[in-house]
Design a protein around this ligand. Structure first.
Ligand code: G3P
Ligand code: CA
Length: 298
């Protein structure tokens, strides 16, 4: 749920509720994150993933964060794309690492969506470009918070240095920036440790792959806490014992990619701090409903 809308909702509830039952304000601090709505690849259930319309919708539908996957072109530009290849989302074939930015910019990253989802197709999706990280920051950096993933960092040596250089240039990290403006996540512990060594104030999320149900040991948690503030895992591997263990250790937990309201409710009941979804509008409705219920019953 977007922060401004959440506050408006809270104010409305305070007015509605009997005097003296004012709701608790949500703390913006990293360690107290609650009900965080992360638009996965933007609102990618409604528009082609990792395009401006998808990110715009993520914000309009009350996502708190836009999630961005990073790949790097042959000439060293960070771009927002999930796959190492261009095959799935552009109708062409090739590895991003073999293509220049100019070649990437000639691709159509929207038409595949119209073909795959005719009921959601829009003419304006046709011909959409793959955005660079800089373009994303120009457009959204000051209005939305970003959850950035270093993808395949072993394929792109130096991507972490480039990422931090760009984030510093846009003053999204470092002195004077908000602590939770940018969160960086990766399946690669090595990539996250590199980032932590360069700037230990950036909140880092370790993405983990599990065969369900997920379990974790004290020593694994101890290692994670050397550099990360939390973990992400596929929601089907999440379970109450795991979530409690992670939360009790002081780490945050963000399951991905949760698109059905019943699953969202279940995970929030189990105590996650937020989640990734292709449908931030659905998660927003769930969160609003729960806040309203809490207010009415308090
Ligand atoms: O960051 C959470 C989630 O995005 C990880 O999976 O494959 O969608 O990047 P993937
Ligand atoms: Ca991702």
């Amino acid at each position: 749920m977007g922060r401004i809308n959440r506050w408006l909702g809270m104010i409305a509830l305070v007015i509605y509720l009997p005097w003296g039952q004012s709701p608790q304000a949500a703390s913006p601090s990293i360690t107290e994150m609650k009900d965080i709505n992360i638009s996965h690849r933007g609102a990618s259930g409604h528009a082609p993933e990792h395009t401006f319309p998808s990110y715009e919708l993520g914000m309009a539908l009350n996502g708190d964060y836009i999630e961005i996957d990073l790949q790097m072109t042959r000439d060293g530009e960070l771009i927002a794309l999930h796959d190492e290849t261009i095959d799935r989302t552009t109708g062409k074939k090739g590895l991003v690492k073999d293509l220049t930015l100019e070649e990437i910019k000639r691709l159509d990253a929207g038409s595949w969506f119209n073909e795959a989802f005719p009921d959601k197709a829009k003419t304006e999706f046709k011909g959409l470009q793959i955005p660079t990280l800089r373009e994303v920051l120009d457009q959204f950096g000051s209005d939305s918070k970003l959850f950035i993933e270093t993808k395949s960092p072993d394929v792109y040596p130096g991507m972490e240095d480039k990422l931090l250089d760009v984030l510093n240039e846009y003053q999204l990290i470092g002195a004077g920036s908000e602590a939770d403006n940018v969160i960086i996540q990766s399946f690669s512990a090595e990539s996250l440790r590199k980032i932590h060594a360069m700037n230990e104030s950036i909140p880092l999320i370790q993405l983990l792959s599990y065969y369900a149900p997920a379990t974790i040991t004290d020593s694994e948690i101890k290692k994670l806490k050397e550099y990360a503030v939390g973990v992400g895992l596929h929601f089907t591997a999440a379970n109450p014992a795991y979530i409690k263990r992670i939360s009790d250790s002081g780490l945050l937990i963000f399951p991905y990619t949760v698109n059905e309201k019943e699953d969202m409710e279940m995970l929030l009941d189990w105590g996650v701090n937020g989640m990734f979804t292709n449908y931030p509008d659905r998660l927003d409705e769930v969160i609003r409903g729960r806040i309203e219920k809490r207010m009415i019953h308090s």
